[in-house]
Write a protein that binds this ligand. Structure first.
Ligand SMILES: NC(=O)C1=CN([C@@H]2O[C@H](COP(=O)(O)OP(=O)(O)OC[C@H]3O[C@@H](n4cnc5c(N)ncnc54)[C@H](OP(=O)(O)O)[C@@H]3O)[C@@H](O)[C@H]2O)C=CC1
Ligand SMILES: O=CCS(=O)(=O)O
Length: 244
């Protein structure tokens, strides 16, 4: 099976990379269950996709809530009878220097970027084991590949996901697939999650200057999913050519 008829759950589908990926996958015949916290943009996306595919739905989901993640995955299985791919994309980046002690932001990044990803693994792994097939795709970041001042906790959450993904791949055995996609700057709403005004301004300027279209990341995700079942694409890094 390539993309057509695959059942795919996407977290963080209400904007940016998740939204673009939903559109690209739907155009190739995937069956989609979209998760995020904001209902209006999810509804709008489902309406847009419904113009060419009836196999799309959404569930309000806060990935930092384990029960929500379990419900999202269960909903996909009850609606479409199975789950082929879980795209753990939801994430926030309220980065700031450690000296500012924005501890609430640190906790939110750990809850959403790391625990949200883990709750996805916990919800999907038993289903993938039972099916003897399944694909974990995570949207990580170039943050952590290169350590940058101000990104300590954000990069920490992303590097934790990178490490756990590799262990998951090793433990997964020959039936499951595990892919991490690490974007550089992408033009999305990502900077809106930043609470430090100076940092937000800098990141927005960098995104405006060199940010890629979210489609650049969606294409990498689609490439990984589209491989034959016995081909496991591990890590893909996608940067703007202008990003150091
Ligand atoms: N843009 C960039 O330059 C880069 C982004 N990334 C990563 O890409 C991923 C997607 O971000 P991007 O598209 O850029 O940014 P956006 O802000 O446009 O999208 C983030 C998505 O995550 C969702 N989200 C946030 N918190 C939660 C939550 N608690 N539960 C469920 N969904 C949540 C948001 O939906 P809602 O608010 O409706 O819940 C939204 O759909 C993130 O993991 C980010 O770290 C990595 C490298 C660079
Ligand atoms: O992953 C994103 C890193 S940045 O946009 O905050 O630099």
């Amino acid at each position: 099976m390539s993309i057509e008829n695959k059942v795919v759950v996407i977290t963080g589908a209400s904007s940016g990379i998740g939204r673009a990926t939903a559109i690209m996958l739907a155009r190739q015949g995937a069956k989609l269950v979209l998760g995020a916290r904001r209902e209006a943009p999810l509804k709008e996306l489902v309406n847009e996709i419904s113009a060419y595919s009836s196999e799309v739905t959404y569930a309000l989901t806060d990935v930092s809530n384990r029960e929500d993640m379990q419900c999202l995955v269960n909903f996909a299985c009850s609606r479409f009878g199975r789950l082929d791919v879980l795209i753990a994309n939801a994430g926030i980046g309220p980065i700031s220097p450690l000296d500012e002690l924005r501890v609430d932001d640190w906790e939110a990044m750990i809850d959403i970027n790391l625990k949200g990803y883990l709750y996805g693994v916990a919800a999907a792994l038993p289903i993938f084991r039972q099916q003897e097939a399944g694909h974990f795709v995570s949207v990580i970041s170039t943050s952590g590949l290169r350590i940058v001042a101000g990104q300590a906790v954000y990069a920490g959450t992303k590097n934790a996901v990178r490490t756990i993904n590799e262990a998951l791949r090793i433990e997964a055995g020959e039936k499951l697939r595990v892919t991490g996609v690490s974007p550089g700057f992408v033009k999305t709403q990502f900077a809106d999650s930043m609470t430090d005004p100076a940092t937000q301004e800098k990141v927005k300027a960098a995104m405006d200057m060199m940010g890629m279209s979210p489609d650049a990341i969606s294409r990498a995700i689609v490439f990984a999913i589209d491989q034959p079942d016995d081909v496991d694409v591990g890590d893909i890094v996608v940067r703007p050519t202008a990003q150091a």
